[in-house]
Design a protein around this ligand. Structure first.
Ligand code: G3P
Length: 217
């Protein structure tokens, strides 16, 4: 299972990278705005800054909602750095643009997926990654994990190579349940990764080991 961090915060990205378990980064316009990164020039520079911290794929989202605009912006994003993955919304022109980029060998991430049918379309269009937003489904009393399981079954039925990128992860149990279902990738905040470390028996066990070592010295 790949671990991506879902943020534009450089210090969180550096912390996850330093832990040695980070495989990539996802961002979106809202996450950029949260860090105060606005304006096309600053946003493009920020993507490069992120690529210079991590080794893996970095999703950069187009703002255009028409095919021509998505192609133009996606090509500009892809030219920024070899690690850039072009992130496209799950709308008709996004599917067309996904097929365009996958035919050119440019990596894509189809985002804002909320149904098995949308996931099937993204795979048919050759998406590298397809991002179902499980937390946002949970927010409206719908089972986000059930969606991930249904997509896993559909992709396995036909051997689709599109990777299921479980997004809108909110906490550690989302990560663990996605791992049980077989999501290829999870993306979440730093806390959803570092939270996996925590167990009181680890802390008390280590404290006792150190105490006992000191007794013998
Ligand atoms: O990766 C998708 C993500 O950025 C959305 O997360 O928490 O805003 O639903 P959230």
């Amino acid at each position: 299972m790949k671990f991506f961090i879902d943020t534009a915060n450089l210090s969180d990205i550096a912390e996850a990278q330093a832990l040695g378990v980070l495989d990539g980064v996802t961002t979106n316009p809202s996450l950029m705005a949260k860090e105060g990164i606005t304006g096309a020039k600053n946003i493009l520079k920020h993507y490069v800054d992120i690529c210079n911290i991590v080794d893996g794929d970095v999703s950069a989202e187009v703002i255009a909602t028409d095919f021509e605009g998505m192609v133009q912006q996606g090509e500009e994003l892809a030219a920024l750095h070899p690690q850039i993955v072009v992130k496209l919304p799950m709308i008709a022109d996004g599917v067309k643009a996904c097929k365009y980029f996958s035919d050119k060998g440019i990596k894509t991430n189809v985002t804002l997926v909320f149904s098995p049918g949308q996931a099937l379309l993204a795979a048919k269009a050759g998406a590298t990654y397809m991002s179902p937003f499980l937390g946002r489904l949970d927010d409206i009393s719908t089972d986000g994990l059930q969606l991930i399981a249904e997509i896993r079954q559909i992709y396995d039925n036909y051997g689709f190579e599109t990777q299921i990128l479980a997004a809108s992860i909110r906490h550690t149990m989302h990560v663990i349940n996605c791992a049980k279902i077989g999501a290829d990738v999870m993306t979440g905040p730093l806390s959803s990764i570092t939270g996996l470390l925590k167990h009181p028996l680890t802390d008390s066990g280590l404290a006792q080991f150190l105490l006992d070592y000191q007794k013998g010295n």
